[in-house]
Design a protein around this ligand. Structure first.
Ligand code: ZN
Length: 262
């Protein structure tokens, strides 16, 4: 079976010095590639330099809601210019969005709308961070008349909230949350959603699966998340793995063979 990690902060310093080894272990487990989301402009150059599409290493550029205060309008211009120039390896806008646990919606919303606008103008997929903000994120996508592909990464929320996102054309990111027994609600929701909207991700080094220390998450845990997902849904594993590859390929707009080369 082959897998892909749709959202992994593999550029973060936590992986310095062990990136190659980590990637080799992940690949040995069938994880044939990953996408590194951008969170702040000061990290964008690092993403560009780590990008290696031929090895399955891709990235997105964006401004995360936690870091909006360190940015200015020129950073949005730079983002737009980068997306317009279609750099090899850059396959989306994000992660951007809203976070009800850190900062304020009033501060975050203009940055989110601007990035929704950039993704819309260039037909780029949009990677969304939505924490305690699902209703606000859905409302903003609706008011921006969003028509493209979006991923609600690391989703945890109600069935109704997930359905509202799906109606808006969103994919739902499934991560380590579902490996925790305490996440009953999210486990139940994910088991009931249509399989064609599901995308696997780790959000490593954060969002550790059960049994993995905080901050020690890695793309090599994708098969564990996958096994939980297959168990929760009762799906045939081989079949589910291929459907998930097709889903992430559709979301990022690349054939699975291109996205996750052997
Ligand atoms: Zn993230």
């Amino acid at each position: 079976m082959r897998f892909f990690d749709a959202h992994c902060h593999f550029d973060f310093p936590e992986f310095d010095g062990r990136r190659e080894q980590e990637l080799a272990s992940a690949k040995a487990g069938g994880v044939q590639g990953l996408v590194m989301p951008g969170v702040r402009r000061s990290d964008w150059a690092r993403l560009v330099s780590l990008s290696a599409p031929e090895a399955g290493l891709w990235y997105c550029l964006g401004i995360h809601p936690w870091f909006v205060a360190e940015h200015g309008l020129d950073d949005l211009d730079a983002l737009e210019a980068a997306v317009a120039s279609r750099l090899p390896g850059c396959i989306g806008v994000g992660e951007c969005g809203l976070d009800g646990l850190r900062g304020s919606f009033v501060e975050q919303a203009p940055w989110f709308s601007a990035q929704v606008g950039i993704a819309a103008r260039f037909g780029a997929p949009l990677v969304i961070h939505s924490v305690k903000a699902h209703d606000q994120v859905a409302a903003l996508l609706r008011s921006e008349r969003w028509q493209g592909r979006a991923l609600i990464h690391g989703f945890s929320g109600s069935y109704q909230q997930a359905c509202k996102f799906i109606e808006l054309g969103c994919y739902i990111g499934v991560g380590g949350v579902i490996t925790h027994d305490r996440a009953k609600k999210t486990r139940d929701v994910i088991s009931r959603l249509p399989v064609e909207v599901l995308v696997l991700e780790t959000d490593a080094p954060d969002m550790s699966p059960a049994g993995v220390a905080k901050g020690q998450n890695s793309p090599l845990y994708i098969p564990d998340i996958f096994a939980q997902l297959a168990g929760l849904r009762g799906d045939d594993k081989e079949w589910l793995a291929e459907v998930l590859m097709a889903n992430v390929g559709e979301f990022y707009g690349l054939a699975p063979e291109v996205l996750a080369p052997n």
